[in-house]
Design a binder for this molecule. Structure first.
Ligand SMILES: Cc1ncc(COP(=O)(O)O)c(C=O)c1O
Length: 418
């Protein structure tokens, strides 16, 4: 293994050969220390983060700002507590068992998962109250919900079609188990769910008649409300869409069906949904833990254009790897990190992000102070957490620049997503 000292002296010797854009001057200019890659990976494997800063990491890499992250968890948990609404945090944006368990520790009573593999990984990590916000279709998914309910009798999932309700009842009877389900209502997203109202009532009645299914409650995710710009407009959209879900709830209760759980909501509508007297019993918000540039622009309740309720906690750290043209440099975070023109450079509103290929991104400016240099590093605030996080298998947890931990992104694509 190359020691840190021998790596630095090798780099210094090389600099004489390759001229002014060599590695050593770039390192010297940035004033950074460094570990060889092997040393770094060995330290990470041993969870020995002493002396390790984010600038020692290979780039591109996910970096989690621990202070902002902790504050986000706290803000959401205390808001829910104060307003008497439950929190079943969605894990689809981080897919990390460590983060899921921290959400539980900070006050969430359960976790929502978008895929069956997310459910499996979060349950393996010890998370209670898992709700799969999707309907199981086909034998593979049926075998897996069976394994999950045997492991944790509180496990729940969504249903939204009478064909599946009947199949589940027959399957559960044969396996001698009872499945907990919520009836999913399409309150505006147009991708899944029964029509709220009579259809919501009828499917709930069908579940009630099935001896091996237990109706936990009703669900309705308002995707349109989550990113609606401006708090007043967002309130109108959310209240309209949650109102549709409440029509199903009202009909069910009128028909004598107890509806314990009414689940939905998001990071954008958390402080709107929590105000309704006749609304959700729990929030499914997820992005609040990490935040992204799309959410940053939806506007706050106090009228400001940025959404300041939650801080930007997750970024992709990238390095300037080429500088040849005026007013632009190339960085090493490109399409493989799912960077987009709607991303932002943290702390640098004078810089813009552009795609430049699979392994390349571009940072551009009209007037920049200071101008980015070769070897500089930037934190890119992502537009779409779900997609970018899916490209990495770990995130480095930092306090300031100091690395203090590493969290796994276990439920990402690859074997864990089968
Ligand atoms: C069903 C469901 N519930 C809740 C959420 C959480 O939304 P957010 O991450 O915007 O808080 C999502 C996000 O896509 C979702 O699909």
């Amino acid at each position: 293994m190359l020691s840190r000292r021998s790596f630095l002296s090798t780099a210094a010797a090389g600099s004489a050969l390759i001229g002014s854009r060599s590695v050593a001057p770039v390192m010297a200019a940035t004033g950074r220390s460094s570990y060889s890659h092997a040393e770094l990976e060995w330290k990470v494997k041993r969870h020995d983060f002493a002396g390790l800063t984010k600038h020692d990491l290979p780039t591109p890499n996910l970096v989690l700002d621990k202070d902002a992250f902790d504050k986000n968890l706290q803000t959401m948990a205390s808001h829910c507590k104060e307003h008497g609404i439950g929190l079943r945090s969605h894990v689809k944006v981080h897919r990390s068992p460590e983060i899921g368990m921290l959400q539980i520790k900070s006050g969430a009573h359960g976790l929502c998962c978008a895929t069956i593999s997310e459910c499996e990984i979060m349950m393996d990590a010890g998370a209670p109250g898992i709700l799969w916000t999707c309907q199981p279709v086909g034998p593979n998914k049926f075998s897996r919900i069976l394994a999950l309910i045997k492991k944790d009798p509180t496990f729940m999932f969504a249903v939204e079609d009478p064909i599946i309700v009947d199949q589940l009842e027959a399957f559960a009877a044969a396996e001698k188990v009872t499945f907990n389900v919520v009836v999913d209502n399409d309150i505006g997203i147009g991708r899944q769910g029964v029509m709220p109202g009579t259809e919501g009532l009828e499917l709930s009645q069908r579940v009630m008649k099935a001896k091996h299914l237990r109706l936990g409650g009703l669900m309705g995710y308002s995707g349109a409300a989550s990113h609606a710009k401006g708090w007043k407009h967002r309130s109108e959209v959310s209240n309209d869409q949650v109102g549709r879900l409440m029509e199903s709830v009202r009909l069910c209760r009128k028909a004598g069906i107890p509806v314990e759980i009414v689940t939905g909501g998001s990071t954008g509508s958390y402080n709107i949904d929590s105000q309704r007297k006749d609304g959700l019993t729990e929030l499914q918000a997820g992005s609040y833990a990490l935040m992204d540039s799309n959410y940053y622009h939806i506007g706050s309740q106090d009228g400001s254009e940025s959404y300041n309720d939650f801080g930007i906690a997750l970024t992709v750290l990238t390095t300037v790897i080429s500088k040849h043209y005026p007013k632009k440099v190339s960085v090493d975070a490109g399409n493989k990190s799912m960077t987009q023109p709607t991303d932002m450079v943290k702390g640098r509103p004078d810089l813009r992000v552009e795609r430049a290929g699979a392994e390349y991104g571009r940072i551009l400016w009209d007037e920049a102070d200071p101008e980015p240099k070769l070897g500089d590093q930037f934190d890119i605030v992502l537009s779409n957490l779900d997609m970018s996080v899916n490209c990495f298998d770990r995130m480095f947890v930092c306090k300031g620049d100091q690395v203090v931990d590493v969290y796994t992104v276990l439920a990402r694509s690859g074997p864990s997503q089968h």
